[in-house]
Design a protein around this ligand. Structure first.
Ligand SMILES: Nc1nc2c(c(=O)[nH]1)N[C@H]1C(S)=C(S)[C@@H](COP(=O)(O)O)O[C@H]1N2
Ligand SMILES: [Mo]
Length: 205
């Protein structure tokens, strides 16, 4: 997949390269942050499965070839870790999650999503946070294919949410009728995780 160049008219992420969300401090470059080892995936076997409470009750398997047929988008965004460091001005390219949702829509009322990745990492997110134009199934960073440490072949990017909501090495998106708990939510982190509202911990609600 050849990433599209950054459209000149695209505004930067709110706050851009200068203003950080409350409670965050800059760090210079993307330092890979994850639990455990970097999984060894291969494109022959990789797929994103979209399942759970789908409208037609089926499971959509989006393999690498199918992914290449979908439109892409490039988004310039900062990455904000809930542990309070931020990296500015990353340029992500990938398939908008709205396209993925359109391919395999949820059942009416299934408004929660659990995203799962290799080695059991998971993140829970309300469907509405995923179905925004800048939310991506990202395959490229700064015009280059993701490195294994960065989540190759694909990771979820939702610039308005804390980094923990975006699994690297993502494998599944499942719709649910009730809120789920992923790895961080299980430890008291926020069910929605919006950065500009500082939604770090569930007990803030
Ligand atoms: N599979 C997986 N994805 C993950 C994580 C992880 O531990 N495992 N950490 C998350 C967290 S907390 C952050 S801040 C970002 C960090 O992205 P980076 O490693 O590219 O800096 O990845 C997110 N995605
Ligand atoms: Mo993080």
């Amino acid at each position: 997949m050849t990433p599209a160049p950054l459209p000149p008219d695209q505004p930067p992420d709110p706050g851009g390269d200068r203003v950080l969300p409350p409670g965050q401090r800059h760090t210079d470059k993307l330092v890979p942050m994850h639990y455990g080892r970097v999984p060894r995936l291969d494109l022959q076997h990789w797929a994103l499965t979209v399942g759970g409470a789908t409208r037609d009750g089926g499971v959509q398997v989006l393999d690498w070839a199918a992914l290449q047929r979908l439109p892409t988008r490039t988004v310039r965004a900062d990455l904000h870790c809930v542990a309070k460091v931020s990296v500015s001005g990353l340029v992500w390219t990938g398939v908008p999650l709205s396209e993925v949702i359109a391919l395999a829509p949820p059942e009416p009322g299934a408004e929660h999503v659990l995203l799962s990745a290799a080695y059991g990492y998971s993140a829970a997110v309300p469907l509405a946070e995923l179905d925004v134009p800048e939310a991506l199934l990202a395959t490229h960073l700064d015009g280059q294919a993701l490195t294994p440490e960065q989540g190759w072949p694909a990771r979820i990017v939702m610039p308005h949410l804390y980094g923990f909501k975006g699994p690297k090495w993502v494998l599944a998106l499942d719709y649910h009728h009730h809120p789920q708990r992923g790895m961080w939510e299980e430890h008291g982190y926020h069910p929605r995780g919006r950065v500009w509202e500082q939604e770090r911990y569930a007990h803030q609600d």
